[in-house]
Design a protein around this ligand. Structure first.
Ligand SMILES: *Cc1c(COP(=O)(O)O)cnc(C)c1O
Length: 401
C-alpha cells in the first residue's frame, strides 16, 4: 500500500536485486484481503449475464447494504475512495482560489482529490490521542478563502465531530469525511460518514470490506445527490433514464466516469453480506492486542491505541506509539527478525513533496510529525489464528524500549 513504509522490508525478489534473506513461510503479513463465501458465484453470475458495466443488480444490492449499515439517505458506489472525494470536489465546486483544510496526518487522497481541481490544501495539526484533525488547529487556519474541512477518522475512531460540526456551521464550510477506515464506526451513536456534508468509503483490498478497488459516496442532501449521480455518469442523466423519469438521457453537467463495474459490485456485495462477522473477527484480534499488551506497554512507556467512550471504532487497525523514532525503528526490526511485518504510515502531507507544492501549513504540524515518527501497526485481519496472535504477542512483549 502506498503511503506505508516498512523500515526493514526485504526487497522484492526480482532479477536485479536478489533477496537479502530467505522469506520464511511462516511470515505473518500485515494485512490479508478477506475472501467472502459468495464472491466467486456472484462474479460468475455477472460474467454469464449481459450486464457487466455499472449500475446493475449487484450495484443495487451492495448500495442497499451500505445504506443499511450507515443509515445514509443516499449512497453511490464509486471506483475508489479517491474518486468519491474527487466527485465531492466537483460537487462542492472546489477549485482555484479555494482553500481546503486537511489534516497533516492523512492518506494522500484527502489532499490530492482537491489539489487536482486546483484548490489549495491548508494542512493542520492533529490531536495525538486519536491521530485525528485538531478542531482548534482547523479553526486557526480558516481564512476568507476557506471552503471545506476534511476529516479522516483514523483507524475508524471518530474525530471530535461536535467541535468540527460547530466550526463548519459557524463559518458556512463543507465538512468532508474521508471514512475509508470507518465503515460501521459511530460517534455518539451516529454512523461515521454521515456526520458532515458528504462521506467517502474505500473498498481497496487493505480495508475491512473490499472489492479489489472500489469506493462509495454518502450524501444526505437531495439536491447534492441529484447532481452527484450526473457527475458520476459522465455528466448525463442516465440514472433518471434508468428509473424511467426521462425518456432519453443526454449531457447535463460536467462529470466523469466514477461508477464501478458489476464485477466489482458482485465481490463487494458478497463481502457486505458478511460485514457483521468480518467486524466481529477483527474486533476479536483488536481486543486481544489491547488486553494482552496493556501491562507490557505501561512498563515500557508505549502508548497503545485508545478509543474515547463516546465512539465505536471499526477495528480497522491496531497501533502502538513507541517512546521515540529510534525505538520505533528498532521495534520494527525486532519484529521483522521474527518474521512479523509491522509497517508505519503516513509521511505527513505538509512535509511531502506534493504537499509543499500544492499546499501550505500555516503553523508547523509538530504533533503530526511526532505521531508519524513513533507509530507502528500490528498485523490485523479476520483470519489471524490464535497461534499467529500468540507469536505476535510474544515477539512484542520480548521487546525492551
Ligand atoms: C485507503 C484510503 C484512501 C484511498 O482509498 P482508495 O479507495 O484506494 O482510493 C483514502 N483515505 C484513507 C484514509 C485510506 O485509508
Amino acid at each position: 500500500m502506498s503511503g506505508s513504509a516498512t523500515a526493514t522490508a526485504a526487497p522484492r525478489n526480482h532479477a536485479a536485486s536478489p533477496p537479502l534473506r530467505e522469506e520464511r513461510s511462516d511470515r505473518i503479513i500485515f494485512s490479508r484481503p478477506y475472501r467472502a463465501a459468495a464472491e466467486l458465484a456472484n462474479v460468475t453470475t455477472v460474467l454469464g449475464s449481459d450486464h457487466c458495466h455499472g449500475d446493475g443488480p449487484f450495484t443495487a444490492a451492495a448500495t442497499a447494504k451500505l445504506a443499511e449499515i450507515t443509515g445514509a439517505p443516499h449512497v453511490l458506489l464509486t471506483t475508489s475512495c479517491t474518486h468519491a472525494l474527487e466527485l465531492g470536489a466537483l460537487l462542492l465546486e472546489l477549485g482555484p482560489g479555494d482553500e481546503v483544510i486537511v489534516p497533516s496526518f492523512a492518506f494522500t487522497s484527502a489532499a490530492t482529490a482537491f489539489a487536482v481541481h486546483g484548490a489549495t490544501c491548508v494542512f493542520v495539526d492533529i490531536d495525538e490521542t486519536t491521530g485525528n484533525i485538531d478542531p482548534a488547529a482547523a479553526a486557526a487556519a480558516i481564512t476568507e478563502h476557506t471552503k471545506a474541512i476534511v476529516v479522516m477518522h483514523y483507524g475508524g475512531v471518530a474525530a471530535d465531530m461536535a467541535a468540527l460540526g460547530d466550526l463548519a456551521r459557524g463559518h458556512g464550510l463543507a465538512l468532508i469525511e474521508d471514512n475509508a477506515h470507518g465503515l460501521g464506526g459511530t460517534w455518539r451513536g451516529k454512523a461515521l460518514g454521515t456526520l458532515g456534508t458528504l462521506g467517502t468509503q474505500s473498498f481497496h483490498d487493505t480495508k475491512n470490506v473490499h472489492c479489489g478497488e472500489g469506493g462509495a459516496l454518502l450524501l444526505a442532501d437531495d439536491i447534492l445527490m441529484g447532481r452527484a449521480e450526473i457527475i458520476r455518469e459522465k455528466g448525463t442523466d442516465r440514472a433518471r433514464f434508468l428509473r424511467g423519469q426521462v425518456d432519453k438521457y443526454s449531457w447535463q453537467d460536467i462529470g466523469s466516469s466514477y461508477l464501478p463495474s458489476e464485477l466489482n459490485a458482485a465481490v463487494l456485495d458478497a463481502q457486505l453480506a458478511e460485514f457483521q462477522s468480518i467486524q466481529r473477527a477483527r474486533h476479536r484480534v483488536w481486543h486481544t492486542y489491547a488486553a494482552e499488551l496493556a501491562s507490557w506497554a505501561a512498563s515500557q512507556g508505549v502508548a497503545p491505541m485508545t478509543v474515547p467512550p463516546d465512539r465505536r471504532h471499526t477495528a480497522h487497525l491496531f497501533y502502538l506509539r513507541l517512546p521515540s523514532e529510534d525505538t520505533r525503528d528498532a521495534f520494527i526490526r525486532h519484529l521483522a527478525a521474527r518474521a512479523i511485518v509491522a509497517p508505519f504510515h503516513y509521511v505527513p502531507l505538509d512535509s511531502s513533496a506534493a504537499g509543499l507544492k500544492y499546499g501550505r501549513a500555516p503553523v508547523p504540524c509538530t504533533r503530526s510529525a511526532r505521531f508519524a515518527a513513533t507509530i507502528v501497526r500490528l498485523p490485523l485481519w479476520p483470519m489471524l489464528t490464535r497461534g499467529q496472535l500468540d507469536r505476535v504477542l510474544t515477539a512484542v512483549t520480548e521487546f525492551r524500549c
